[in-house]
Design a protein around this ligand. Structure first.
Ligand SMILES: Nc1ncnc2c1ncn2[C@@H]1O[C@H](COP(=O)(O)OP(=O)(O)OP(=O)(O)O)[C@@H](O)[C@H]1O
Ligand SMILES: [Mg+2]
Length: 472
């Protein structure tokens, strides 16, 4: 029996254990002490001590940072003008990774440039010292790393994105999140970033959505947290309010999500969409950065209360998809089993690199949807694509690794066509309704969706402890 349908013992998450150390070689004498603190805290330090300039591979560095728990950076006169340190910190900022600055012989609050270092002034832990990393600095760094690791046990972000419309992003996002929450394996937060509001429609009544919109309990408030501090008159609703309030009100951000399971409000919740987010299609480049920073900060707060944040995105390339792609630990891309559909994955990859300026191919996991049972052509296509994408097309081979594609496919099935009314009819959100019964009533789509949810945990390295505890 799939482990998600077995009785639950307890939910747990594995921790990412690598800590990236960013520094200029002029401060190299400090790195060993930092490395020792990281190791004492049970993590693996990573720094580029062995690499020369010619060997530095930016893609490898970015990958290392994405896989790290956090980045520790030595801020000093030398590192402030280092291109490498700048690049590493910016990668971490873009990926929403926690950063612990160690300020060597300078006051970070007094910095007015460079921009990447000024942004570090809001870091949760800033440790100042003069020359060497002594015992007091080591203790402070230990506290910062422990705190960061505790935060990281929650909140992996999975975005459902494909620039093609109607491929099943919303349906699969809703179903996967519902199964993981209902099985009690993970606390799930949905974030609906599509102004079409489809995901919100699956779970909320029009009355609840209207009230969420009127009281600012929507994703729009993460982009414009000013709405949480002062009322915005209706005639300014569609104006861009790209302002950062002095201090983001944490409590108000954490109270934004609308609970979906009344008995256990933190098991499954949604931050609904807001039609007014359509205005972001005209955000200027400068405003774009500010909105993205606000959203990143807000999402960091929300992640603390959940194990998984599932983001649903509309089909257009926009500020909204930019945020969904840049902050995701995993990008699930539903796709139909044919050439013209899978070529869209290449387009999405190019758009991310050339328009948004970052790589996503390491994180994209194609998930075949609408697979017709007994259709041999489609089954063969899926197999070929999954095992040897380069044989489907050289472009695809370049942007996908075979292990990234979901082994499980989703069949074309009636309950998925009417997910909203199906879940309602099954009284699915009620605590007394067992997941097993809902899955059974979904026919072929039920076991397939459970397998997709399990595979997602596996891809996020979140499954191991569950499988162990399920051993007889
Ligand atoms: N496996 C499936 N079997 C049957 N119907 C499906 C399946 N997957 C999705 N659908 C249906 O296909 C339509 C499009 O799905 P969905 O809205 O999830 O796509 P989307 O990618 O989110 O679309 P958009 O790009 O507009 O956001 C919906 O009516 C949905 O109910
Ligand atoms: Mg959708």
């Amino acid at each position: 029996m799939p482990s998600l349908l077995r009785p639950r013992t307890h939910a747990s998450c594995s921790r990412m254990s690598q800590v990236f150390i960013s520094y200029d070689h002029a401060d190299g004498g400090n790195v060993h002490a930092i490395r020792d603190v990281v190791a004492t805290q049970g993590h693996t330090p990573w720094f580029d001590g062995q690499l020369t300039g010619g060997e530095r591979d930016p893609e490898r560095i970015e990958r290392k940072i994405r896989r790290s728990l956090c980045l520790v950076v030595i801020l000093s006169e030398a590192s402030l003008s280092s291109e490498w340190v700048k690049q590493e910190v910016e990668y971490a900022q873009l990926a929403g990774k926690p950063i612990v600055p160690l300020a060597r012989g300078l006051d970070p609050a007094a910095l007015t440039e460079p921009e990447w270092a000024v942004r570090l002034q809001t870091a949760r832990h800033i440790i100042r010292y003069n020359h060497n990393v002594g015992p007091a600095v080591q203790r402070a760094l230990g506290v910062a790393i422990r705190w960061t690791a505790a935060q990281a046990t929650s909140g992996r972000v999975v975005s459902f994105v494909n620039f093609k419309g109607g491929v099943g992003k919303t349906t699969l996002c809703a179903l996967t999140g519902f199964i993981l929450a209902k099985s009690e394996r993970r606390r799930v937060l949905f974030v609906d970033l599509d102004p079409q509001e489809n995901l919100s429609d699956v779970f909320l009544t029009p009355e609840v959505m209207r009230s969420a919109s009127e009281t600012g309990r929507t994703a729009l408030s993460l982009f414009e947290p000013i709405r949480l501090v002062q009322p915005v008159a209706a005639d300014h609703d569609f104006e861009l309010l790209a302002v950062r309030p002095q201090k983001l009100p944490r409590r108000s951000v954490q109270s934004l999500p609308v609970p979906l399971m009344m008995e256990r409000p933190r098991q499954l919740a949604i931050l609904p969409s807001d039609f007014r987010m359509v205005k972001f299609c005209r955000a200027s480049a400068g405003a774009h950065d500010l909105y993205r920073d606000n959203f990143t900060e807000g999402l960091q707060e929300l992640k603390r209360d959940f194990d998984l944040v599932l983001v649903d995105c509309g089909p257009a390339a926009s500020l909204l998809s930019h945020c969904a792609l840049s902050l995701a630990d995993k990008i699930v891309a539903p796709v139909q089993p044919n050439d013209s559909a899978t070529r869209g994955l290449v387009t999405m990859n190019r758009a991310a690199r050339e328009v948004f300026g970052f790589d996503i191919h390491e994180r994209v996991a194609p998930l075949f949807n609408f697979v017709r049972p007994k259709n041999v052509t489609e089954a063969n296509y899926v197999e070929l694509f999954r095992d040897t994408p380069e044989r489907v097309s050289a472009d695809l081979g370049a942007v996908l690794a075979p292990e990234q594609t979901f082994r499980q496919t989703m069949p074309q099935a009636d309950p998925l066509l009417h997910l909203n009314s199906f879940l309602k009819k099954q009284n699915a959100l009620h605590e007394a309704t067992p997941l097993r019964r809902i899955v059974r009533r979904m026919g072929k789509a039920g076991p397939a969706a459970v397998a997709v949810a399990e595979e997602l945990l596996l891809q996020l390295d979140l499954e191991a402890e569950d499988s162990e505890e399920d051993e007889p």
